[in-house]
Design a protein. Structure first.
Lengths: 208, 208
DNA sequence: TGTAATGATGACCTATCGGTCAAGAATTGA
DNA sequence: TCAATTCTTGACCGATAGGTCATCATTACA
């Protein structure tokens, strides 16, 4: 089956290794030399297998979504809006403060800013963040429709809020905040969400 | 007084211009060519005036703190903890979504990740974020002492929470969120802070 | 008017960036 | 065994990164 000379490295493992490097240094901070050194291959092999640095990064983003950031897709499946919020924030804390991986979130610090040459990568990550926020908004809309959230709740603002805290967690983790510190912070944030989904709305029992 | 040939550009203006460039592109994303082109001087003049790219960045950080990020120092002077929180978040929204400046916060996206060479800059920004958070913590401690916050309140967690939302706002602004979207989000977040400074029994984190 | 001092200029430096390529090595199918 | 095919290797590419420097221009002071 495999015609020519067999590849001497595992592509999947290479993606995982590249993920670790990009996660640690960001897109531009990770050089070809960093990547090939970590993977243990030469430039030519990397380009034969992936095409370009940016194409490799695409593979890495896919992998990241399937593993590290999987907590988001899981969260929106939970039964109540409160469960969703808690799962996103708890998941973010866990993902960004694992002692076996770089701290922070690749989607956030991978290319928050960069040179003009790589603006496409920056825009790509911004788009991922944007679509994640939209997913939350849709989820909260359904929660309003089902009566899980009060009719006065603002799904848009709530989604933005959840994303804001989620990404803020990534920045804190990157700044050296510890896992337990961040969990305590999430305790506090969740306590504020017990009932206040509608800012100014007078208290109103759901029916009656 | 001024002995030799007079400088043909205004150093203060140059710092402001450099601030705009760094704010837009981050520390590494802003090249010497970007900076000198924007300022309108040659490399040699820049090095004669500032010493190095990093030294110029130091000047820029100073300027940023005195102007754009001044809202933080102002906020902690306000009479109540609630006022402080509101001022920080409102200030962050305003600072990160001004249509006349780049969106986002220089302290956050200036070097959230970078190459190994410039790790000192990354650490420096992280340190600024850390010390800002400490300032909030001290402020909230005083609020507990004075009875403004309940005795059960956790100044540490509250400071982390405020910083988390503040930095999350910067990420949202960088991702394209609008000023009004973010103000609506702050409405919601502030509503959650009306009285819940002491978290009730924290729910069980899934792991650790 | 001459000299010391300072800034401006543009050529130049080394290192490294992402990326390419020709040649050799290892495999399969005929 | 011999093509055909695929991967590996290391040298190499132009562009650009941050930074330096000799030379010249412009000023104040003696």
């Amino acid at each position: 089956m495999a015609r020519g000379r067999p590849r001497e490295f595992d592509v999947d493992e290479a993606v995982d290794t590249a993920l670790a490097v990009f996660w640690d240094r960001g897109y531009e901070g990770a050089t070809l030399a960093d990547l090939t050194d970590a993977i243990g291959i030469r430039r030519g092999s990397l380009y034969a297998a992936f095409g370009s640095k940016e194409a490799l990064f695409d593979q890495v983003l896919l992998r990241y979504g399937e593993t590290i950031a999987r907590y988001i897709a899981r969260a929106v499946l939970l039964p109540t809006a409160h469960d969703v919020v808690a799962a996103v924030w708890r998941g973010a804390v866990e993902a960004t403060t694992d002692e076996n991986t770089p701290h922070g979130c690749l989607i956030v610090h991978g290319a928050l800013s960069c040179s003009a040459d790589n603006d496409a990568v920056r825009a790509r990550l911004a788009e991922i963040r944007r679509s994640d926020r939209q997913r939350l908004r849709e989820r909260f809309r359904r929660a309003v429709d089902s009566g899980d959230l009060s009719a006065g709740a603002d799904p848009e603002a709530l989604a933005t809020y959840v994303a804001t805290v989620q990404h803020g967690i990534a920045v804190q983790a990157r700044s050296g905040a510890s896992r337990s510190e961040l969990h305590s912070m999430v305790d506090l944030a969740l306590a504020g969400l017990r009932r206040p989904e509608q800012p100014e709305q007078p208290e109103q029992p759901e029916r009656s």
